[in-house]
Each structure stands twice: as C-alpha cells, then as structure tokens.
Design a protein around this ligand. Structure first.
Ligand SMILES: Nc1nc2c(ncn2[C@@H]2O[C@H](COP(=O)(O)OP(=O)(O)OP(=O)(O)O)[C@@H](O)[C@H]2O)c(=O)[nH]1
Ligand SMILES: [Mg+2]
Length: 708
C-alpha cells in the first residue's frame, strides 16, 4: 500500500435520492480505478458497498460505507450513503468528513426529494459539490429537464461540464465542454474513444466552454486580466480557476454518466483527481472551544470518529478521519469527550467489508479501527496534552415514535440493553424510558428505520420487539378559579387521622396579581420538572394549621400535580392558596394533612374549569406541486393549523402546527400520498388547549381505565 500525502487525498461522498444509482456508480468508479477486477451489481448482491445482510435483503444502501481507489498519484476515498431519508443520519455524518460531495441525479426522474434533502446538508456544511446526471442510458433519461430543474432549485452556479450527445438505450457519447472533445464509448462501456466534437454541436459546446472559462476567470484575479486581454485561458489556467471556484462553492460542475453501463465514470474520477480539493485545501475546521485545526501531518495527532458499526465476531468498528498529525498503530490517544485513554492497536483502510492493515495514516485520510473502549461517533481523540474537541454533528429531530415491548419482563430487559447498543451507533435513534407514560418509546426517522432496528434486534441480539401505540404526554391545567374545603378523617381503633384544609386554586401565569383577601405568610413558585409552574401560597392565620405541616401539604398537592385529576397527566401552571383549616391535637399528623391536601386539590381543580393541553409540533413539508391538494386534504384531517405555504421550484413548502396525537404514522401516509416524493420535518412547538370533544373522549377513556 503506497503511503499518501495530505495533498494527494480526495474524500468524496456520494449523495442522492434512493435509486439514483450511487452504489452502482461507485462500483464502476472502483472498477475504473483498478480496485476491483469485476463489477458487481445491486441486483446480484455483490457490490463492494452494500455488503451487509440487511442491505442484501432490501437491495438498498442502509449504512454509509467507506471505500478507496488509487487514481494516478492520488488516493480517492469514497463514501456511499443511503438515499432513503429514514437514514439521513448517515448522510450527515459522512458529509462531516467529506471534502467534496458528489450529488447523483437520476436523469429519468430529475430533482427528487432525496436530492433536496442532501442539498440542504451540503449547503449547511458548505461542502464543494459536483452534480452527476446519471442513468443517461435509461429510456426516459432527460438531461435538459434534469439540468433545468437542478438549476432552478440549486442556483445558477450549476454549470454543465458535459452533456450527452445521445441518450436512452442508445446512449454512448458525451460531449465534454472543458476538454472540448467527444467521448464515444464501446457498447459495454469502459475506456472511450476521443473524437472531435461534431460540427453541429460546436456552437452549444463553445457556449458551455465559455461559461466555464468565465467562472474560472472570475475566481482568480490574474486570470480575469488575462481573459480580458486575450479572450481565452490556457488549459492549465482554466483548471486552476475552476479548482478555486469549486473549492469556494462558486461553481458546481455537472457531469453525465451511466453507472450501469460504465460510461463517464472515468472522466468523473479524472475531474475529482485534478480539480476536487484535497483536505489541505479546505478551510481549517472550527473546534468547540473556539480554536481551529488544519490538516497538518507534522502536527500532533487528532482524529474524529464519524461513525461506528458493530460487526459479529469483531464488535465495534469505528470509522474516522485523521484531522491532524500522522496516526500509527500502537498510538495512545485520549478521548476528549470522556477522558478515556485509547490505544489504536490496529489501523485499516476499508474497501466495503474488507479491511487492509496500514502502517500509518496522514492528516486528511479516512480510516478504520476496531475494539476501542468508548470510541463512539462524534468523539474526538487526541495525542496527550491536546485540548481539541470537534463541534459535534447535529442530527435531525425524530419524526416517528413507537412504544416498544417484549413478550416477557426478562426479555424486556434484554431488549432495552440491545436497543441502547444500537442507539450508540445510530445517533438518529433515541430510546426513551418514560416514567410519565409508563412506556419505553423508540424515536426514529421513519417506519423503515424502526423496522430495520427490529430486524437487527432479532438477527444480531436474538430479541423480539413488538411495536405499540405510544401514549401522548398530555398536560392538565385550569382556566378558572375554585375553592375547596376538605376534611380527611379516619377513626380505626387506636390513633385516628385528622386534617382539614381550605384551599383556592386558579390558573397561574407570570406577572399575575397577588391574591386579594389573603394573608400571605409564605410563597414558593416552583418550576416543575415537566414544564410549567406551581405557585404555592401559605396564607394561614391564627395557627389554624401548624406550619410544620407545610411539607406534607405540598407533598399531597404534588401527588395530584404529577398524576392529574382529569386523565392522570402532569398538571402545570396552577396557583394554590391554603388559607384555612383545622387540626386535631391528637389525630393530626403529616399523613393526614398530605391526604387532606390531595383531596382538596383534586376537588378544587375539577371545579376550576380544568383543561387538557397537548403537545403541538411545528411541521414543515416539501412536496411536488401536483400533490399539494392531497397533502393539504390529509393535514385537515389531522387538526392541523396551516401557517404558511411557499412555492419552491416545482415543490410547495407547507408549514403547519399539528398536534402530536395526530402525527401518528404521518411519514408512511405522506409517502403513500406522494409516492415517496415528499419530505417533512417536525419539531416540538408548545402545549396548546385540546378541543372540548377530544378532551371529553380522553377523560372518558381515562375514567374507564381507572374503573377497570
Ligand atoms: N438504467 C440504469 N439503471 C441504473 C443505473 N445505475 C443504477 N441503476 C439501477 O438503479 C437501481 C438502483 O441503483 P443503486 O445503485 O442501488 O442506487 P442507490 O442510489 O445506491 O440507491 P440507495 O442505496 O437506495 O440510495 C438498480 O436497480 C440499478 O441497477 C444506470 O446508470 N442506468
Ligand atoms: Mg446505494
């Protein structure tokens, strides 16, 4: 294995809608670079990238995979990613370590929602990007339409470097406006013959070429002058100018390929090799403590783990990027996130499932190691004495929640342990053991995401998981005001129990007036652990209740606040004034007053216009124009409040506030209404009043359950 300099590295990630042909194209790239002798296919389940059983079962990429190929003097690291937005976490983590994104479009489908999703992250991470219009051999391939849609959505910085001379089943030639040549491929693809551009294509090719020259000139001052004087640039100058333009995201080149037929991928590789930035040409990375780090192989070592995946027999496999220094097997590093000392016993480069040991790895390179103690994704590992921590990756909010259960309580324990293991690998999965709802809830990106977790649990851990409906974390409050006098009295043989409390409850809000006609002796305004407040006022005069019972009384109130009178949900924003009552010299004690307070609170609360609140989410949907009516129609059945609509190219963006209770299975519904052409995100917004009919139903159901 040749050793590499940082300048000779290229880290590219392939991104795009599911089925655009990323995995197939990578297979071709590896083949063209000589990394493999035969091209596998997704259908025959023998691609380098999609090597896990789960991927073979589905015929899709599910996990990001690392590969590399040597091309001339450079090592090109390639990361494949899944196109399904259920696995968007893999896109986020791969982009974090890539220096160039290759966005693959399906020429038959144009810009798809998966393209939109990845673009959002490419923009966020400010990653240089190359667009590839793939599947030019597809009978419905339409280069012009795809290019037009892409420009409309992603802007005029997209400039074609190539266009297809023909397309569809007979596709075999590409006109290259950078090199001003036509590539004509043999029927089974591979190495093309270089031909002069046909005369009737010259005008179009020249116009494209000039656009490229202009973008090159605009991005380098010296070149601009020369261009003005001479009206042209040399091949070298052109390359220099577009290298700068690509690195500064002032230019997004568009290429043409058929991954399946192995046409165009060699030229794409050549461009990545020549023009795409090495890590050394990327801006320094910002650190959490405000510092910066640049890819210097002579510096001390820092690496960043972007992904982990557990493998049978091996355990945890950690994928990382060397951010500085030169890493060698045996190096001891300190995990900046938890202080653990880690010894890198083995160092590998990955080629899908195959790993080859290497003796060193320079700054900028992507590698793999195994058996770290705590090497989770988002962790930074440093040589001793360094205080560097990479800003963590931010993953999208979850979009689906399901209650999970096992067949027995022993299995449940195993299930939760296994879920936590998968959670460590997959930052878009959250396991919540909700004491409030008395359920274990799994949060993820979509039904497919959770189904695959279920499949993995069964296969890798031998645990069965059942899905159920998750409860909704409602809240209870009051909108009115009410008083209650409550006496707790119990006479049973020996010592009795006695406590009487007179209390007022009302809706609490910040800045409300102090209660009138009360003698306030003590007041505590507490933030409740589940949100909202409890204001407790002690207004007892003349010692009708002794101060020493305050603690017990508060406890009684809190018991009810925790499991509210209406539906057993947490209560919030209540002011309680205790202003009178009675004690008994023998029978009164803490428990008596706790029970009296509980009873008084329940009674007063129920008479103070109690109101259920429900969590409402801010939902954003992007769907094709023609599906807008159906998407809106469905939202109307979900009690949604539409707060905005915007046209974005041939898409509509719909913004709505939707109760969580109505978001059940939304992802699946949206997928089926739009044929998988829409995306959505959801984020907790606030608690809002539940409509009376819904509240009545919920209260009735709760009462029924209590009785049962
Ligand atoms: N006609 C044609 N079909 C292609 C081409 N590239 C891929 N396909 C087919 O399209 C399907 C999807 O290809 P993949 O390479 O798995 O697509 P992907 O982008 O990796 O999909 P995900 O892993 O789901 O994101 C397969 O059936 C491929 O054979 C192409 O250039 N031309
Ligand atoms: Mg794939």
């Amino acid at each position: 294995m040749m050793s590499t300099n940082t300048q000779n590295l290229r880290n590219v990630v392939l991104l795009g809608h599911s089925g655009s042909g990323k995995t197939t194209l990578i297979e071709t790239m590896l083949y063209e670079g000589g990394a493999i002798k035969r091209r596998g296919s997704v259908e025959t389940r023998n691609t380098v990238s999609d090597y896990t059983d789960i991927e073979h079962d589905r015929g899709n990429t599910i996990f990001s995979h690392q590969m590399f190929v040597n091309w001339k003097n450079n090592k090109i690291n390639i990361i494949d990613t899944p196109g399904f937005d259920d696995f968007v976490g893999e896109t986020v983590s791969s982009l974090k370590v890539a220096d160039t994104a290759v966005i693959v479009l399906n020429a038959a489908n144009g810009v798809e929602v998966g393209t939109e999703i990845v673009w959002e992250y490419v923009e966020k991470y400010q990653t240089p990007a190359i667009f590839v219009i793939n599947q030019m051999d597809h009978p419905k391939a339409d280069f012009e339409k795809t290019l037009e849609q892409a420009k409309e959505r992603f802007g005029n910085k997209l400039l074609p470097v190539q266009y297809p001379y023909n397309s569809g089943a007979g596709f075999n030639a590409i006109i290259d406006a950078l090199r001003m040549v036509m590539y004509e491929f043999p029927a089974d693809g591979g190495k093309p013959e270089k031909k002069p551009i046909p005369k009737n294509e010259m005008e179009k090719a020249n116009a494209m070429h000039n656009a490229l020259v202009e973008v090159a000139a605009e991005n380098e001052e010296g070149l601009m002058e020369k261009y003005f004087e001479e009206g042209n640039l040399s091949e070298e100058e052109l390359a220099k100018g577009i290298t700068i333009a690509l690195a500064k995201q002032q230019f997004f080149p568009v290429f043409v390929t058929s991954g399946l037929k192995d046409m165009g991928s060699g030229r794409l590789m050549g461009f990545i090799d020549d023009i795409a930035p090495s890590p050394a040409e990327r801006p320094p990375r910002k650190l959490e403590n405000g510092g910066e780090i640049s890819y210097d192989p002579a510096d001390k070592t820092t690496l960043f783990i972007y992904k982990t995946l557990s493998e049978p027999q091996v355990g945890m496999v950690s994928y990382f990027k060397v951010l500085s220094g030169t890493l060698k097997p045996g190096d001891e590093l300190i995990n900046a996130n938890n202080g653990e000392v880690e010894r890198i016993s083995q160092l590998f480069v990955a080629e899908g499932k195959d790993r080859t040991p290497v003796s060193e790895m320079v700054a900028g390179d992507l590698g793999v190691t195994v058996k770290l103690k705590y090497g989770h994704s988002n962790n930074t590992l440093n040589s001793k004495g360094l205080d560097r921590k990479v800003r963590p990756m931010e993953f999208p909010e979850s979009r689906i929640r399901k209650a999970v259960s096992a067949d027995s309580s022993a299995d449940m324990e195993k299930l939760v342990t296994a879920l936590h293991k998968i959670e460590e690998e997959d930052p878009t999965l959250k396991v919540e053991q909700s004491a409030e709802l008395k359920q274990t809830i799994l949060h993820g990106q979509g039904q497919l995401h959770l189904d695959l977790v279920k499949q993995r649990l069964q296969k890798e851990f031998g645990v069965k998981m059942n899905f159920g409906n998750p409860k909704i974390p409602y809240r209870e409050t009051i909108t009115g005001k009410s008083d209650a006098d409550y006496r707790h009295k119990k006479q049973s043989g020996g010592a009795g129990q006695f406590g009487e409390i007179h209390m007022r409850v009302e809706n609490f809000y910040d800045g409300m007036d102090e209660p009138t006609g009360m003698n306030i002796r003590q007041k505590d305004i507490e933030d409740l652990p589940w949100g909202g407040k409890l204001a407790f006022y002690w207004c007892i005069v003349g010692g009708t209740i002794d101060n020493r019972y305050i603690g017990a009384i508060k406890k009684g109130i809190m018991q009810q606040m925790k499991e509210g009178p209406l539906t057993g949900s947490h209560c919030q924003n209540v002011r309680v004034c205790v202003y009178d009552g009675k004690m008994h010299s023998v029978d009164s004690n803490d428990i008596s007053f706790q029970l009296a307070a509980s009873g008084a609170f329940r009674e007063a609360f129920q008479n103070a216009k109690p109101q259920l609140l429900e969590p409402v989410y801010h939902v954003e949907i992007l769907c094709p124009d023609e599906d807008t009516g159906d998407v809106m129609g469905d939202l109307q059945t979900r009690r949604a409040m539409i707060s905005g609509m915007d046209s974005e190219g041939h898409y509509q963006k719909i913004i709505a506030e939707v109760p969580l209770a109505e978001m059940h299975d939304y992802g699946s519904t949206l997928r089926s209404i739009t044929g998988g052409r829409a995306k959505f995100s959801m984020k907790f917004s606030d608690y809002q009043l539940v409509p009376p009919n819904v509240q009545n139903e919920l209260v009735k159901t709760h009462a029924g359950l209590q009785e049962a």
